[in-house]
Design a binder for this molecule. Structure first.
Ligand code: ADP
Ligand code: MG
Length: 254
């Protein structure tokens, strides 16, 4: 069943059509990769879906309701979560406090009177940390975390909001190959359990082919392919965009 339907989504910056009549669907529980060379329009599409950019035209139907042009807060409230947008307060709090803040916010509670080390939602926050493998770090200051660990905390924070759809624009940027695989494997395991749909961008083709249920390919603002890993691997237009004609996606390429 379709959760998100993007229809003829278009956005220009000056003369550049960053997204040009882009249309694709995301099914409930689907792990969908959006790929394409630098400048293809991936981030532009993400930012229209999450409400940071207003499309020039087109529709973004979430459960049939058009969310195009809604403010980020409204999109988030309707169940579209994002990882990797860390609040300014992040560094000043402990790891578990950050997850507690997300749970408080999700519950619609106010945290004006909330003090650090309060117990509200602590048990649930610890449970979420355990699920991302960060239970041991719960009471450490967030500023001390290694880069890859911050990504795991961000994932716990995103899950605290119980999204229907999780948007991840280059979640593994700056990571080595092993860490990339681990993070995407973790995300996939946690979202499959919950029936959450994911739209993600990832530069490593190995990771994309290993984990994506389906792949959508953009080039210069246009959708050029939409299909299974096998179909995308064999697609002549995709190969041309990435490598010039004749080449294939070799194993080990990232
Ligand atoms: P990708 O994420 O696939 O690398 P982007 O969506 O970031 O691609 O960019 C698509 C095109 O739109 C590029 O040509 C880029 O330079 C242009 N672009 C993106 N954002 C802006 C902006 N805010 N202002 C002007 N041009 C932009
Ligand atoms: Mg981008």
């Amino acid at each position: 069943m379709t959760l998100l339907a993007v229809r003829a989504l278009t956005k220009a910056f000056g003369g550049v059509r960053a997204a040009n009549e882009v249309s694709f669907d995301i099914a409930r529980g689907e792990f969908l990769a959006l790929i394409g060379p630098n400048g293809a329009g991936k981030s532009t599409c993400f930012n229209m879906i999450n409400g940071q950019l207003v499309p020039d035209s087109g529709k973004i139907l979430l459960d049939g309701e058009d969310i195009a042009g809604l403010a980020p807060r409204e999109v988030w409230r309707r169940g579209v979560g994002r990882t990797f947008q860390v609040a300014a307060t992040f560094a000043s709090m402990t790891v578990v406090e950050n997850v507690q803040m997300a749970l408080i916010s999700h519950a619609g509670e106010t945290y004006r009177v909330w003090r650090p080390a309060a117990s509200r939602h602590r048990a649930r926050a610890l449970d979420l940390l355990a699920q991302v493998g960060m239970r041991e770090a719960a009471d450490r200051p967030s500023r001390e975390l290694a880069y890859g660990d911050v990504k795991r905390i961000e994932l716990a924070i995103a899950l605290a909001n119980e999204p229907k759809l999780l948007l991840m624009d280059e979640p593994t940027a700056g990571m080595g190959p092993g860490e990339r695989n681990e993070l995407i494997a973790l995300v996939k395991r946690l979202v499959v359990e919950r029936g959450i749909s994911v739209l993600f961008t990832e530069h490593s083709m190995d990771v994309v082919f290993a984990y994506a249920d389906r792949i959508v390919v953009l080039a210069r603002g246009r959708l050029i392919a939409d299909g299974s890993a096998d179909a995308i691997r064999e697609d002549a237009q995709v190969r041309e965009v990435y490598f010039g004609t004749g080449k294939t996606f070799a194993r080990g390429t990232s």
